[in-house]
Design a protein around this ligand. Sequence first.
Ligand code: SDX
Length: 433
Amino acid sequence: MNQTQSIQLRTDNQTLDLPVILGTEDDRGIDISKLRAQTGYVTLDDGFANTGACKSAITYIDGEKGILRYRGYPIEQLAERGTFIETALLLIYGELPTADHLERFRELLTAKELLHEGLYKLFDGFPPNAHPMAVLSAMINATSCYYPEITQMEDESTFEIAAARLISKVRTMAAASHKKSLGQPLMYPDPGLRYCQNFLHMMFSLPNKPYEPDPDIVNAINRILILHADHEQNCSTSTVRMVASSGANLFASCAAGVCALWGRLHGGANMAVIEMLEHIHKNKIDLKQYIEQVKDKSSGIRLMGFGHRVYKNFDPRARILKDSADKVLTKLNINDPLLDLARRLEEVALEDSYFKDRNLYPNVDFYSGIIMRTIGIPVNMFTVMFAIGRMPGWIANWKEVHDDTTGRISRPRQVYVGPTKRDYVPVEQRAAK
Ligand code: SDX
């Protein structure tokens, strides 16, 4: 990393030269690692909107220009020409895999696709209406109990096997929780199927009726997973890095990522978008009226699937997914009123100065749910799909933290705003409030 010029910070009684760290895309960070020691000050940045938590070589986003690249490769090219598994290897190891590496990893995914039979018993402990994200995070940690070696990640081969186990088994867990919620028999993975088709098989096949997906559906899942594979220091990835920084193992860190992703402002938004569109459609709500409600802060209503902390332009993934939704529904000859509604809602919003002034555009979640719904994935599994896609990005970030031998445990500071010193009061002397 090039260290170039510095900037000056003048405090009460001194002027400090703070080094500036220059990124490979000319992004700049002010190194404040000695600020508190030299001045007693800490910085404060609600939501870390202006704070770089790390240096990373995995994903680059330019929010103003709507650019997203994985290890330098534009998302548009990977979504158009790549596969999810080669994208996973790109994110984790930094290069597009050779044919041999890709084949070897695919064989590893097949070898690791089953769950230990003891894990299947755990599914019986969840109520049928258990949220799939709760099941997923629990099952990831439970799975790690069968592989004690992952707590001591000594070498690359142990890591690669652990990564393959996580990427492969996360499908099996997700599909099993779906089957359990339906009261249907579990479908075991089919070693003759590739990653996405195997997942669809486990989700939708029945013992007496195999599921034969249209190739366009398999391609749509492949694209959705690629588009969700990583996204710089988003909330869940930052959570994975925070947990990894304590020395926690890969499975524990990714299970924490699942929990962070669950929030409706993050990965839970894809479910909230469909619920919003269904609400508008079912109640025949006028779009301009709905937008007015969104603009009225007191309504507490947000236009789900719109806005982004980093993109102040179109989310490039939303463009790709909007196009995919169109193609998949046309190819399958499905007319989903929610797709037309989403398009009209986007038009009405983007004509309104409230959205334009705040740079609020559709994000990855605005169209993804329409495709998943068309495929038959239940709404409560949408965020699980996001987690399956994001798993390689979390693994890549975990590895980046784990491999950084100079790294320190993440431990932010604060500005204390609570009560100043006061003495203990015996209970009989405490006045009722
Ligand atoms: C993901 O970080 C990532 O990279 C995440 C992600 C990934 O791949 O990991 O891209 C995936 O999480 C996408 C985002 C999915 N979430 C949603 O679609 C939920 C709806 N969107 C928001 O709640 C919001 O836009 C966030 C959470 C995405 C971003 O929030 P910020 O950056 O904290 O923005 P903010 O809440 O400070 O809003 C700024 C202004 C406010 O108005 P003012 O106070 O200036 O008057 O914009 C308004 C907000 O009220 N605003 C919205 C809005 N989003 C922001 N108003 C209406 N509808 C919205 N969706």
